[in-house]
Design a protein around this ligand. Sequence first.
Ligand SMILES: [Zn+2]
Length: 268
Amino acid sequence: MNDIKKTNVENIEKCIVCDSKAINFLCSTKAMMHASNKKFNFFICKTCNLVFLNPRLSYQELKNYYTGNYLPYRGPSSWGKYEKFATISQKRLDSRRVKILKQHSTLNSGSLILDIGCGNPTFLNTCGNSFKSTLMGIDFSDNGWKNEKKKYKNLNLIVGEVHDLPKNLQPDVISLWHYLEHDYYPNKTLRKLASISNSKTKLFVEVPNYDSSSRKKYGKNWGGFHTPRHTFLFSPNNLQIILKKKWMEYRNNRFKREFKSLCFDLDE
Ligand SMILES: [Zn+2]
């Protein structure tokens, strides 16, 4: 997350995707996967339907929602008697993501896979079974791996923010599996990632889909809100707009070529 430490509670006055000032209150939802009953407000852009948390939490407050008890950091063991099912389901998910990488990229021992917001880095570990590439993950906390260093010894894991990544990194693959919806500055993140990439770098993005049938079915109880950790909830149309603006255009200016492959998975 870019510059998140400098972020204070702030109101968003225009849409970060289409710049429209036509924004409406959408709903308030309770904190999810957390003991507090505090309520948070979501707004929606009338022009492109981007949904966003408003106001957002300061970094100091937000940290309380990403403790060692936060389930995605703890991995399957946190599911108690359901551990086995959680392990199987995580394995399936990781294999599905690796399969997507195989379909859309050519990776070898000289390649670099960079996973943004790697959390409990099972995806990168699964990549190690299929690719001989260098595997790098970054997250703003090491809660996802600090207790399992041996298991993840082949991974290059960094605690930091996207804007700290070195300029000359040039990954072959950048993956953002459920990262962008947590980000406070998705525009800056995409621009930074484009700036450290080369003409062949491929970007893989997976986010909860606000336009999905599950959101329509569950309404305010839809898990995709993940209140208050999800700051932006995208739909296919506004995700296309932000990727075109901040990833593709910047890259096209640098490399004078068409961007070939984007991979969306918006089934959730
Ligand atoms: Zn908009």
